[in-house]
Design a protein around this ligand. Structure first.
Ligand code: DLL
Length: 445
């Protein structure tokens, strides 16, 4: 380790015993993953008819799975499997051992329900606490948890991890934004957790109340549950003078705490002693080497109530193939800025909302509020990007406003290769969200 790396390690990762598994030697990690995979496969084969049928079809018996490298022989699982087996077809533990249920509503049809035993909740607490340590938090922190409490995994998931660490949690949930600001101020809150879009709303609301978050003791933001770009992070950090960290997770696997950034902020470490990551080509399902971008597939290695075999997340990322300067041995994924199912095809060109966000954030004077509206006109798909801009920009001469509008359209065209209609709107025109924001409004049907 060179001097620069070791000093980074010293400053960025104050070692905490709870994070010991993050630094385990790679051979030990693989042995642990192998042992856990073998046990898990045996359990699901015995207890979950869907997995047994699929494995039988592939001619794979639990005895064929001797180590983590054999994972590629196992069948994939998709969201539709959770819907088809609603409400409890994938449970591997009897109801008397299940102590918590959560659910994710999705956009259509039945919700997906996920279950936890006490042991599963303990693992979840541990991985969230490990995430918090990797953000640099400790017992002296006061965390305002503005993720929604309830069936959504964000609120209770974060909550339990904060308690496990021994920091103070304020379980405020989402909404009631003025009260959020008041509590943040009165309780000297040092960390906040919510969706990045809701945090932007909090910054705006504070300004409206004549307050500036930069003057609060707040220094850490924990953001996730929706895609956000590096450019958005930069905006958030400038506007609030905090460090904004990315936390990733999904209900099907556990909720928040599947992966988290460390202070190096160069990708998210996956807690791969519990959740084994693979990257596949979403078309061919071929496993891709580290460094190549594709769909993230996750296998739970220690979950009892509802284990997942090679779950296709639809989230697009890559596994980093170089060690992290923070010294953690568990691997990292690149930040998830898109899902394979949020791709828009416009005039034959593939467009992701995150590309539009990156372009908008590059133009000075835009506010971090935008919406993409899709319409159909004479059989042709049209896209309009609505962006809030400051009152000063709009108060300028008509010619200057037009130049500004064209600048944004050019920035977007530069990234996506298409000319799109850009509409500038006054601050607070676009709808705000207290949870996950819907960036694309599809009016085509
Ligand atoms: O959103 C769990 C969570 C709560 C994660 C709080 C982080 C913080 P679901 O509602 O099941 O669970 O949605 C999971 O959200 O497959 C991603 O597409 C997206 N997602 C979650 N975290 C991130 C992130 C929670 N950090 C789906 N960056 C996932 C980008 C994210 N997308």
């Amino acid at each position: 380790m060179n001097q620069a790396t070791s000093s980074l390690r010293a400053t960025v990762s104050r070692f905490h015993p709870i994070s010991a598994p993050d630094y385990v030697p790679l051979d030990k990690l693989r042995d642990l993953q192998s042992a856990r995979l073998c046990r898990m496969v045996q359990r699901v084969y015995e207890n979950v008819p869907l997995y047994r049928t699929r494995m039988d079809k592939l001619g794979v018996h639990p005895n064929d799975i001797r180590g983590i490298d054999d994972i590629v022989r196992l069948p994939f699982t998709m969201k539709v499997d959770l819907r088809d087996t609603y409400p409890n077809g994938l449970f591997a533990s009897p109801m008397k051992e299940i102590v918590r249920l959560h659910a994710s509503s999705g956009t259509t049809g039945k919700p997906i329900v996920v279950a936890y035993t006490q042991q599963d909740l303990d693992v979840w607490k541990e991985v969230v606490a490990r995430s918090l340590v990797s953000f640099g938090l400790d017992r002296s922190d006061v965390l305002q948890n503005a993720f929604g409490y309830g069936l959504f995994t964000g609120g209770l998931g974060l909550h339990d991890g904060v308690e496990r660490l021994g920091a103070t949690v304020i379980p405020i949930s989402g909404g009631n934004t003025e009260r959020q600001i008041m509590i943040m101020k009165d309780f000297n809150v040092t960390a906040v957790s919510c969706t990045p879009s809701y945090f932007i709303h909090l910054i705006d609301k504070a300004m409206e109340m004549g307050l500036d978050l930069r003057e609060f003791p707040l220094r850490t933001g924990i953001f996730g549950a929706e895609p956000w770009t590096a450019a958005m992070r930069q905006r958030i950090e400038e506007l609030s003078n905090i460090r904004a960290f990315d936390i990733y997770g999904l209900s099907e696997i556990v909720g928040p705490g599947v992966g988290a950034e460390c202070c190096a902020q160069q990708g998210l470490h996956i807690f791969e002693d519990h959740f084994y990551p693979e990257i596949i080509d979403p078309e061919t399902c071929e496993v891709l080497p580290d460094g190549e971008e594709g769909e993230l597939v996750l296998t739970t290695l220690s979950k009892d109530a509802m284990p997942m075999l090679r779950y296709r997340t639809r989230d697009i990322t890559a596994l980093e193939n170089v060690p992290c300067p923070c010294g953690r041995t568990i691997r990292r994924i690149r930040r998830i800025s898109r899902r394979s199912d949020d791709m828009l095809i416009l005039r034959g060109v593939n467009v992701f909302p995150s590309q539009i966000e990156t372009a908008i954030m590059r133009v000075e004077g835009t506010l971090p509020h935008y919406q993409i509206v899709l319409t159909r006109d004479g059989g042709l798909d049209r896209i309009e990007v609505m962006i809030e801009v400051s009152a000063e920009v709009l108060g300028d001469t008509v010619a200057s406003v037009e130049i500004f509008r064209r600048k944004i359209a050019a920035a977007i065209e530069n990234i996506i290769g298409l000319h799109v209609k850009v509409t500038l709107v006054t601050p607070r025109t676009l709808i705000r969200s207290e949870g996950k924001i819907q960036r694309v409004l599809d009016k085509r049907v």
